[in-house]
Design a binder for this molecule. Structure first.
Ligand code: ADE
Length: 345
């Protein structure tokens, strides 16, 4: 389907007007500071607004500008991120802040092309910083925008493939009403959050219901299309709960890019791997399940005793209650942290 510039621009204007009258008052909508916008957009990419509201301001209090974020110990950044998940985002945010401070005097570039050269800033963040902070008339296309625009314009190409993404980004760019890119980009995010939801179309609230192809053609259930996705893999994992002299054994996960890298955990191992030898005492003390994007952990925690004479590996340490509160742990450890809280002095 071909759309004229006029049709696209008019739809963009309807959406911007709707946002100006109906947009939620959210803290990151009061700022035009690129750093603050960057932090909010990184948090919002994979996390719900209600959750981000609890983290955004405390994070900015702890790290009010690029320099404070760049200079902070990584562990402090991960701690401020604890509970938000997808910790790679936090590490990249800090890496990007360091690059901006070291190579660019702490000054953000204002175009998507230059922004994308910073580690951790991809297409979406580059578009949101360039448009929301600097007023550049460029779209910011995330998963919500892919859904909203593939429905409005009836895009059949899978949106998780380059051709579908490009079709959406091209239409989005042509919809931007001159001088109103801020409201326009926010309106797509707002529509995706409140009206045009995954699997649900709240057409009674939709400002563009009269022109939405998916609604007219009965396709709100089938758009956006996606190519077949791999099912997450289930991994059975044993977790060792080893208490000694009122402290519990913890380990820092290694690797720069791997799952939960840099965070602390109770040591454990995937089924089939050959790790430490332990004498397990009886049944699991804790069972827990955690769903990541591509992986599910089914965990059983066993109480074990530290064998006399065993050397403590360099990535491990003994933690008391204060350590458990201060160090960053992933959400996957929640049930084990609760167990530790009851079982150490
Ligand atoms: N999701 C992504 N960016 C957002 C924003 N600026 N406001 C609300 N939700 C969002």
């Amino acid at each position: 389907m071909k759309y004229s510039d006029k049709t696209l621009r008019e739809a963009g204007t309807v959406l911007s007007d709707w946002f100006d009258g109906n947009g939620r008052d959210l803290p990151w909508r009061h700022t035009r500071d690129p750093y603050e916008i960057w932090v909010s957009e990184v948090m919002l990419q994979q996390t719900r607004v209600e959750t981000v509201l609890r983290y955004y301001e405390p994070f900015l209090e702890a790290f009010p500008d690029l320099h404070s974020l760049a200079a902070a110990p990584e562990e402090a950044v991960l701690k401020a991120w604890e509970g938000l998940g997808y910790y790679r985002r936090a590490r990249y945010l800090q890496r990007g802040a360091r690059v901006l401070c070291e190579n660019r005097n702490g000054i953000f570039p204002d175009t998507p092309e230059e922004l994308k050269k910073i580690p951790g800033i991809g297409d979406y963040c580059a578009g949101s910083i360039a448009s929301l902070a600097f007023g550049k008339e460029v779209p910011a296309v995330d998963g919500n925008v892919l859904r909203v625009l593939s429905r409005i314009w009836g895009i059949e190409a899978p949106v998780d493939r380059p051709e579908g993404k490009k079709a959406v980004a091209d239409l989005a760019a042509r919809m931007i009403p001159p001088g109103r890119v801020w409201s326009f980009n926010q309106s797509l995010m707002e529509l995706g959050a409140l009206v045009c939801l995954p699997g649900v179309c709240r057409e009674d609230r939709c400002p563009v219901r009269e022109l939405c192809r998916a609604r007219m053609e009965g396709k709100t259930d089938t758009l956006p299309r996606r190519s077949a996705r791999k099912q997450p893999e289930t991994i059975r994992r044993t977790v060792w709960l080893c208490v000694r002299d009122g402290r519990i054994l913890i380990r820092r996960r290694s690797g720069d890019e791997g799952l939960l890298a840099g965070l602390w955990e109770f040591p454990g191992e995937d089924e089939g791997s050959h790790g430490w030898k332990w004498d397990r005492n009886g049944d699991p003390a804790v069972r827990a399940r955690h769903v990541f994007t591509h992986r599910i952990w089914e965990m059983e925690g066993y109480e074990v005793s530290w064998p006399e004479g065993r050397k403590l590996p360099p990535d491990c340490r003994w933690a008391d209650r204060d350590d458990l509160a201060l160090l960053p742990f992933p959400g996957a450890m929640k049930a084990f942290l609760a167990w530790a809280d009851e079982n150490i002095d």
